[in-house]
Design a protein around this ligand. Structure first.
Ligand code: SAM
Length: 283
């Protein structure tokens, strides 16, 4: 079926595929010093944010990504108190992190302040925890921030980044992971969004190699659905400093004090099961 100009389509040329949204209106279009940000109102998915032509999030399904970028790593850590989010300017991951009562401080380092300001305007629910006294929002390059971070000052680092091109390219290499390793306390855990298992297996493999080379003892990839991202299936990769993030506080996860729409202790366990074609990738 041919699509007219009332559709937004993200094309994945390398894989000969695409995903489309029926659009009600374009709400915003802006070129910042870092990237091109568009906001749409869609017929089926609520508001949609697009950066450099790539779908970032929608009202309808962002809970999957934000919950899975935060709760698995936080329940894998023994007692996370100091948490750093790199990227994540829509603030949805930060909101989930702050649901954990044991978290004392959470920093978000987003390179592009406009992503956050537009999220406050168009995705206010995601920004609802920004006034929490434990939340600290900084605007700058996460790569530099980690270079400058005090050694052994963080329990958890969450890399909620765009794809590994442009400003996010340096968030996927050994030099960056080495700085994360240094900044983490013993028992600390890093998690990074690691793209589609179906489309980007090589990237996931290279992330495991770079994390291990940077000094992490154990690396694990987990999986979750995300229909608006390439292939509809996404992953994140954990790296533990002296700890295997395959284990997690199952009892605490099962009895968590806050509501989630996707995450549960059972989902956590299931998400860590590697599909057969990914066997041997890290782990
Ligand atoms: N869920 C999204 C996805 O996987 O497509 C990512 C959402 S979040 C909006 C990604 C953010 O990472 C963007 O706002 C972008 O500005 C930010 N970012 C990219 N490179 C960065 C860097 N080097 N330091 C800090 N933030 C960065």
């Amino acid at each position: 079926m041919a699509l007219d100009n009332t559709w937004f389509t993200e094309i994945y040329p390398a894989d000969g595929a695409a995903f489309s949204f029926k659009i009600k209106a374009k709400l915003h279009d802006e070129r910042t010093p870092y990237q091109h940000i568009e906001i749409y109102d869609t017929v089926g998915f609520g508001k949609l944010m697009v950066i450099d032509g790539c779908v970032m999030l929608t009202d309808r399904d962002n809970f999957l990504y934000h919950e899975m970028m935060s709760h698995p790593v936080l329940f894998a850590h023994r007692a996370p108190k100091k948490v750093m989010v790199i990227g994540g300017g829509d603030c949805g991951t930060l909101r989930e992190v702050l649901k954990h009562p044991g978290v004392e401080e959470a920093w978000q380092v987003e390179i592009d302040e406009r992503v956050t300001r537009l999220s406050e305007q168009y995705f206010p629910a995601l920004c609802s925890a920004n006034d929490d006294p434990r939340a600290h929002l900084y605007f700058g390059d996460g790569i530099q921030w980690l270079k400058d971070a005090a050694p052994e000052s963080l329990d958890v680092i969450i890399v909620d980044s765009t794809d590994p091109v442009g400003p996010a390219e340096g968030l996927f290499n050994e030099a960056f992971y080495r700085n994360c390793h240094r900044a983490l306390c013993p028992g600390g855990i890093l998690v990074g969004q690691s793209e589609s298992p179906l489309f980007h297996k090589t990237l996931i493999q290279s992330m495991h190699g770079a994390m291990r080379a940077a000094g992490f003892d154990h690396t694990r990839t987990f999986y979750f659905p995300q229909c608006v991202y390439p292939s509809g299936w996404w992953s994140a990769t954990l790296a533990g400093k002296g700890v295997d993030p395959l284990g997690f506080r199952e009892q605490d996860a099962a009895q968590k004090s806050f509501a989630t729409d996707y995450y549960s202790a059972d989902i956590h366990r299931a998400a860590l099961v590697a599909p057969a074609f990914m066997a041997g990738v890290g782990g």
